[in-house]
Design a binder for this molecule. Structure first.
Ligand code: AMP
Ligand code: ZN
Ligand code: FE
Ligand code: FE
Length: 268
């Protein structure tokens, strides 16, 4: 079957592999295609334009916008849009700047806790456009403050913990319309992780599809979402949400959660 992993993070956001490394893995695994869905950046996809991609392979433009509904995180995936658009570039640059400002606040709060962390070290070790909490978590691991990034989230970085800092998020409506205005299709990411309220709201914002397959979705969730998508005639997507080997979604390999190419071909 022609399978595509439509949810992968590169080191343009908070994944650890470069777009070239991800492409190589996807080709080795005989996938039909992939999308890099980096948080609030298309830098990885643009970088990948210079790579040699075989004709039969589909490298879709992608993004994962961090948005929210009444304080709850909601992520909107975008696919197959014009990633070179200059107004998109400006919007993303603005979001990325605000992400950087937030890192300064997080580092300050960690320093108040007597942790010898610095912005230079957090940023200096990364080649990202879109800096976030995982980068801080990795520096805390390097410093030996925590044993792994999960502990960094649990002790310091999660909502309610002492170094949690809110970040600017675009509205769900805007994320959906930005993607659609650029000719792409908008998908609600991992709906199985959302509350009923956030789900009901997001599904009414003009999305084109839902992410039915995700490592954190159980069988019952998958069945429910699949029925819903069929009823509403939404595109059914899925992917690994890959960040790094042994990441917070468990021991997942690129391509191990995927959808048939046929699911999305009409939208291309
Ligand atoms: P940020 O966009 O900076 O708020 O960081 C969000 C990213 O951090 C997510 O995409 C995940 O990669 C990671 N993350 C969020 N919550 C957790 C958690 N509780 N444990 C581990 N990683 C998390
Ligand atoms: Zn992430
Ligand atoms: Fe997400
Ligand atoms: Fe993701």
């Amino acid at each position: 079957m022609n399978l595509m992993d439509l949810h992968i993070h590169s080191n343009a956001s908070d994944g650890v592999y470069s777009p070239a490394e991800i492409l190589k893995i996807a080709l080795d695994k005989n996938l039909k295609g992939i999308a890099l869905t980096d948080h609030d950046t298309v830098g990885g996809f643009l970088e990948a334009q210079s790579l040699r991609v075989p004709d039969h392979f589909h490298f879709l433009s992608g993004i994962e916008f961090s948005s929210e509904f009444e304080g709850e995180e909601v992520h909107i995936l975008g696919y197959n849009f014009n990633a070179e658009d200059s107004s998109l570039g400006e919007l993303l640059e603005n979001i990325q700047k605000q992400r950087e400002v937030r890192i300064f606040s997080m580092v300050e709060m960690l320093c108040d806790l007597k942790i010898p962390i610095s912005v230079e070290r957090v940023m200096g070790n990364e080649s990202t456009d879109s800096i976030g909490r995982p980068h801080v978590a990795r520096e805390l691991v390097r410093l030996g403050v925590v044993k792994d990034t999960q502990e960094a989230f649990d002790r310091f970085l999660k909502k309610g913990k002492p170094a949690y800092v809110k970040r600017y998020k675009i509205s769900i409506k805007e994320a959906v319309s930005v993607i659609k205005d650029l000719g792409g299709f908008a998908v609600m990411a991992h709906p199985g992780l959302s509350s009923k309220y956030a789900l009901d709201y997001t599904l009414r914002q003009g999305i084109d599809g839902i992410e039915v397959y995700h490592p954190k979705h159980g069988l019952r969730t998958i069945k429910k979402l699949k029925n819903l998508a069929t009823e509403k005639k939404w595109i059914i997507t899925g992917g690994t949400d890959y960040h790094e080997p042994g990441n917070h979604h468990g021991e997942i390999e690129i391509g191990s959660v995927s959808v048939p190419y046929e699911n999305i071909v009409d939208a291309l």
